[in-house]
Design a protein around this ligand. Structure first.
Ligand code: GLN
Length: 456
């Protein structure tokens, strides 16, 4: 813990930790030492970790990287972070992220962007760690902590993991409680671990999961010992390669990464099968209707009364001016864009044309996966992202849709509620990490982790 705290102070330039909690960390580390001395140490006893700013942590700033939550110190702890405390983990502080987890580059944060510890060979230009869990990715990749929590609504664990050469898993929807995690799109949001390798992910995921009556969508299922399932034996497993993920203009090195991954799994005894997920091309548009719709509804609670920031009002301003000024000042441009899209697609005149149609598409996407699993496929292999990390600022001035295209391989998994994992799988020609994604059957994270383990 002490050496991590030192490393964090020395790495301020990365802007990964936005609220440091050294007192809490040292106190919990001492308590962990005492437990270890008694011989009764839980799974993560004494392990120093970072917590994404989206998780409410009792008495500690929890701002979701938004101005509107400035000064918000929750009276309660999220279930996931409490589970980690109970498992003995030591929180070092809160990690930077995109505002309300909306973004793919960690450039929408009120704290400013995060910098990746990676650089292109022979180049000093700063790169994005990905988003929205960019602080988590940078902190783990730069060894500022042993692991971190992330959240994934459309790829925010898997894309930053791929961009920084670490491992990240989004479990099945309902595995991790959403209680105390600031809501973005409630039917898609899931928490998960971001770690240095698959074994760490297995240990930390088990610690994070639990049935929680405070989240009505939390699954009442036993949490397996995921680590014990890492045998490395994947003989006879059927791995599907979905043809719809072979996008036009896909860079050769992404194609190669994908076929090399398939070869590795084959060499380990798996059978590689070509499959089809016919509705894939509608996933991104459906996601960018459903996620903003849910966000616009969830973000209605930031009204200048209940939480955080309230605008200074002029003489004669009423409650409408208070809402308008507070929300105009408190939300950044990307969040405002999502609230406007969401409000539009939910409005009486357009509800059927957009929101209801997107929901129908979502059902079809889910069914595509159900069909291939019913046909005996155990896991699906795809690239995690369409490219390696891009430069800071490179995508922000472009059309926002360019940024949304980053999520093309990851959003399907959230729409279908499935578990998905990103694992590092080599580097591109400029020396930057690339990731592969494996998608598994619902509730079979143990099996998925074991397949990912064979790729390591
Ligand atoms: N990049 C996606 C978005 O901006 C996903 C974000 C996430 O998973 N939290 O909506």
């Amino acid at each position: 813990t002490e050496s991590c705290l030192k490393a964090i102070d020395a790495a301020d330039a990365l802007n990964a930790f936005v609220h440091k909690t050294p007192e809490i960390a040292l106190e919990r580390a001492k308590a962990a030492d005492a437990r270890i001395a008694t011989g009764d140490a839980p799974a993560m006893c004494g392990l120093p970790i970072g917590i994404k700013d989206l998780f409410c942590t009792k008495g500690v700033d929890s701002q979701a990287a938004s101005r509107i939550l400035k000064g918000f110190k929750p009276e309660y702890e999220s279930t996931v972070s409490q589970n980690l405390v109970d498992a003995g983990a030591v929180m070092l502080g809160k990690l930077n992220m995109d505002e309300f987890a909306m973004g793919s580059s960690n450039e929408t944060s009120v704290y400013g962007n995060v910098v990746s510890p990676w650089r292109r060979e022979g180049d000093t230009a700063e790169l994005t760690p990905g988003g929205s869990s960019g602080g988590s990715a940078s902190a783990v990749a730069a060894d500022l902590c042993l692991a971190a929590t992330g959240t994934d609504t459309g790829g925010s664990i898997r894309q930053p993991a791929a961009f920084t050469g670490i491992t990240g898993i989004k479990p099945t929807y309902g595995r991790c409680s959403r209680w105390g995690v600031v809501a973005f799109a409630s039917s898609l949001d899931q928490a998960g671990p971001m770690t240095k390798n698959v074994r760490d992910a297995a240990i930390m995921l088990e610690a994070m999961c639990s049935h929680d009556p405070k989240d009505s969508t939390s699954a009442d299922l036993a949490v397996p010992n995921f680590e014990a399932m890492l045998t490395g034996d994947i003989k006879g497993k059927k791995i599907g390669i979905p043809k719809e993920y072979r996008m036009d203009g896909m860079p050769g090195e992404i194609e190669k990464l994908w076929s090399d991954g398939a070869e590795m799994l084959k060499a380990a005894g798996a059978e590689i099968v070509d499959i089809s997920l016919p509705h894939t091309k509608y996933a991104l548009p459906a996601y960018y209707v459903i996620a903003p719709a849910e966000a616009s509804s969830n973000l209605a609670r930031y009204d200048g009364v209940r939480y955080g920031h309230r605008a200074t009002l002029a003489q004669g301003d009423g409650i409408t001016e208070m809402y308008e000024k507070t929300r105009a000042e408190g939300f950044g441009p990307e969040v405002q864009r999502r609230v406007m899209i969401g409000t539009y697609v939910l409005s009486a005149g357009f509800y059927d044309a957009y929101y209801n149609r997107a929901r129908r598409v979502r059902t079809l996407i889910k069914k595509d996966f159900e069909d291939v699993f019913a046909a005996g496929i155990d896991a699906i292999l795809t690239p995690a992202t369409p490219s390696a990390a891009f430069g800071l600022g490179e995508m922000t001035d472009a059309d926002p849709v360019q940024m949304y295209l980053n999520d093309v391989f990851t959003v399907t998994v959230n729409l279908a509620g499935l578990p998905g994992i990103a694992v590092p799988a080599g580097v591109d020609k400029q020396g930057l990490p690339l990731g592969l994604q494996l998608i598994g059957r619902p509730w079979e994270e143990g099996d998925l982790l074991n397949t990912a383990y064979a790729l390591e």
